[in-house]
Design a protein around this ligand. Structure first.
Ligand code: 6CS
Ligand code: FE
Length: 310
């Protein structure tokens, strides 16, 4: 039997416990070897996220919109498995594998500032575990229930350790009305096992509305009592980095304004996927990259690869 520090999806509920992995993985001697200073590093360690308003200019984001517009008219693309539609309205909810679909998005995964911060947090080379856009159209975009991404990636994809970070780039403004991401600061320090086994092919429904892998209300209550809830907002081009185990959720979009966020999930090359810990079969590759992880190399925004220093 494989040892498992993060047992979850059991028939009987298990108790929440403190995580068994560091939050910032870079060894202390090289901790400052990157764009994040000590204050930012300790904020991330304490809260489980960092938010950067106006990280990219709105002009820098414009070509990404144009490309998305084009994709929205590409019928072949829209029929692929990685395109998830809202069960009620039929509108696009998520498009997975953005970095494989588009070179422009692929290059953005290697943005030197983002990659520099992520390498610092994860302690060395990283690759893309998952990429996606979550769209919430005005008046109709549905929300996402509370969850830890790591809980799903561990249970359903076999991600062994908490050593991954999501970079969420706001492609539209995120405000209090259009369903911004909400996080529970400090929740990443705890692992909350979830009750209920994983159904076969769970992803076919979980990406529309999650049922397995949602923490109990008593655990959510306890963690919110300690950390509260925050919803970082900002203009298009703002960035949020959040730790893979930070509990998060979002409300539906009741406003007329669309909310579209891009997510790149970076995983350490030393944390490659194994067999799922709590599901029969691994999920498809557009949800969980199982290719031999090639470390990402920084790419300068004008298209020139950076030379790696030793
Ligand atoms: O199942 C997943 O991998 C995804 N689902 C959610 C609700 N968040 C993260 C991830 O994209
Ligand atoms: Fe999530």
């Amino acid at each position: 039997m494989r040892h498992d520090d993060y047992v979850t999806r059991t028939r009987v509920e298990r108790e929440r416990h403190i995580r068994c992995d560091p939050v910032v993985h870079m060894p202390t001697t090289q901790r400052w070897d990157g764009p994040l200073g000590e204050v930012a590093l300790s904020d991330f360690e304490r809260d489980g996220f960092l938010s950067f308003e106006g990280f990219f200019s709105e002009e820098r984001m414009a070509p990404f919109f144009d490309e998305l517009d084009e994709m929205g008219r590409d019928e072949d693309l829209l029929r692929q498995d990685g395109v998830i539609r809202d069960p009620k309205s039929g509108a696009i909810r998520s498009v997975f594998d953005m970095h494989r679909i588009s070179q422009r998005f692929d290059e953005l995964t290697r943005d030197p500032r983002i990659l520099g911060m992520v390498r610092q947090l994860l302690g060395g080379d990283v690759y893309i575990h998952q990429s996606r856009i979550n769209d919430k159209y005005g008046f109709q975009g549905a929300g996402f229930d509370w969850h830890s991404d790591f809980e799903t990636w561990h249970a359903e994809d076999g991600m062994p350790r908490m050593r991954a970070v999501s970079a969420s780039i706001m492609l539209t403004d995120n405000n209090e009305f259009n369903g911004p991401l909400m996080l529970i600061p400090g929740s990443h320090h705890h692992f909350v096992p979830c009750q209920g086994t994983t159904p076969d092919d769970n992803w076919k429904s979980s990406l529309k509305a999650q049922e397995a892998g949602v923490p109990s209300q008593s655990n959510l209550q306890a963690l919110v009592n300690r950390g509260g809830i925050v919803a970082p907002k900002g203009r298009a081009g703002s960035l949020l980095l959040f730790e893979c185990n930070t509990l998060h959720a979002s409300n539906s979009n009741m406003s007329p304004w669309p909310r579209s966020n891009l997510f790149f999930v970076y995983n350490s090359v030393d944390n490659a996927l194994e067999q799922p810990f709590a599901a029969e079969t691994p999920r498809p590759s557009f949800l969980a990259n199982r290719d031999h992880p090639e470390p990402l190399e920084m790419q300068d925004p004008l298209g020139m690869p950076f030379r790696r220093s030793a």
